[in-house]
Design a protein around this ligand. Structure first.
Ligand SMILES: *Cc1c(COP(=O)(O)O)cnc(C)c1O
Length: 388
């Protein structure tokens, strides 16, 4: 007899159930301790149970949780101002509850900005932009589309890091190009600086928006506040989510003010987006991130982690930016099996491809925690090799 879960079968049965977290560590319902080098998929950038975020949530929950966007709220506009400053200024923000919704906002904005007939969004093969019908079609992974056809039309896909391929599909129907600075779910594949600079130039020449999906790369993760800042370009639209609430659901779509002006009252809306509880969390997250200078910490810790991984003979290649890192395994080692063995050894990572592990620890991770994680990973490698 099979047990029936109350949850839909969209995820495989979980191997462990976590009940508590603090900093870089998690505990399961049997009391076992783990080092969390996945951070809930690059979400808990300040680690678990961060006191500043916990205090902000406790305080806001006793003041006001929700009134809708029909009225002014606090502190959403303050968070929007901080994000605009970190992005270089001159823009406006629409808050959402998730990354996919931030990208939905960007796609709708591009369509409104372009007008009828100039509505196509071009994205890259291997990309990930979300699971709603439109963002699923923006996601450059055709195997994920098939079961859900027909998908909304107006999406085109090109080879990653290939400027000529992009140029080849730009026609007057294209409103926007949507790219990640580092393809996260696609295997941690960074863009090249030449590619991003070239895309910016092409978009300027053709009058097309350059939209950057920073849902996974934004807010210090890669060693800059936003991943595109490594490449010296200024996008027209930037989406973000994961790290913004440190686990409280909140996302944002930022656009240059002249682009944002394409939206008029009534064009887009959300019941929860930017509501006081989520915005209070985001305000505490951003204040803590600035006080801790998380981009600098991610750069340093990322170099330490990458060097430690590269010194293991079971790792063939290390790629990524800052603390968004993939360890490509040597031939014959299965990343899924290693991730499972690592969990049993008390280390949370994930198999981002069948042959590569993704590591995205807290931006506040210490050198001791990195060393301990690499010891646990080495033990997991040996476990898998011994069982082969
Ligand atoms: C996770 C992710 C999304 C989707 O975010 P959700 O909050 O799961 O909707 C979109 N884009 C990128 C780059 C992501 O990593």
């Amino acid at each position: 007899m099979t047990t029936t879960s109350p949850l839909m079968p969209t995820y495989p049965p979980p191997a462990v159930t976590f009940v508590r977290g603090e900093g870089s560590r998690l505990w399961d319902d049997e009391g076992n301790e783990y080092l969390d080098f996945l951070s809930g998929l690059a979400v808990t950038g300040l680690g678990h149970s961060h006191p500043a975020v916990a205090a902000a949530l406790a305080e806001q929950s006793q003041v006001l949780l929700h009134t809708s966007n029909l009225f002014g709220t606090v502190p959403g506009p303050e968070v929007a101002s901080t994000l605009d400053r970190l992005l270089g200024g001159g823009g406006q923000v629409f808050f959402t509850n998730s990354g996919a919704e931030a990208n939905e906002c960007a796609i709708k904005l591009a369509r409104k900005w372009g007008g009828r007939g100039k509505h196509v969004v071009v994205s890259a093969l291997g990309s990930f932009h979300g699971r709603t019908l439109a963002t699923l079609h923006a996601t450059g992974q055709p195997q994920k589309w098939e079961a859900f056809q027909p998908l909304p039309e107006g999406f085109r896909h090109v080879a990653w890091n290939d400027l000529a391929a992009l140029e080849g599909v730009l026609d007057p129907s294209v409103a926007a190009v949507l790219l990640e600075p580092v393809q996260g779910e696609g295997g941690v594949n960074p863009a090249t600086a030449e590619y991003f600079a070239g895309v910016r130039e092409l978009c300027d020449e053709r009058g097309i928006l350059f939209m950057v999906d920073e849902v996974q790369t934004g807010l210090g993760r890669t060693g800059e506040w936003f991943g595109h800042q490594h490449f010296g370009v200024v996008p027209d639209v930037v989406t973000m989510a994961k790290e913004l609430g440190n686990g409280v659901p909140i996302g944002a779509c930022w656009a240059k003010a002249d682009v944002a002006a394409a939206f008029q009252a009534g064009d887009h809306a959300t019941t929860y987006g930017g509501q006081p509880l989520a915005a209070a969390a985001a305000r505490a997250v951003l204040a803590t991130m600035e006080a801790e200078d998380v981009p600098v910490r991610a750069t340093k810790a990322g170099a330490t982690l990458s060097a430690a991984l590269a010194s293991d003979p079971r790792v063939a290649e290390v790629r990524g930016l800052g603390l968004l890192v993939a360890a490509q395994l040597v031939d014959g080692l299965d990343a899924g099996a290693v991730a499972k063995a690592a969990l049993a050894r008390g280390l949370v990572v994930n198999a981002v491809t069948p042959t590569a592990l993704r590591l995205a620890p807290s931006l506040l991770v210490t050198d001791d925690e990195i060393a301990e994680a690499c010891d646990r990973l080495a033990a997991a490698f040996s476990d898998v090799e011994a069982s082969a």
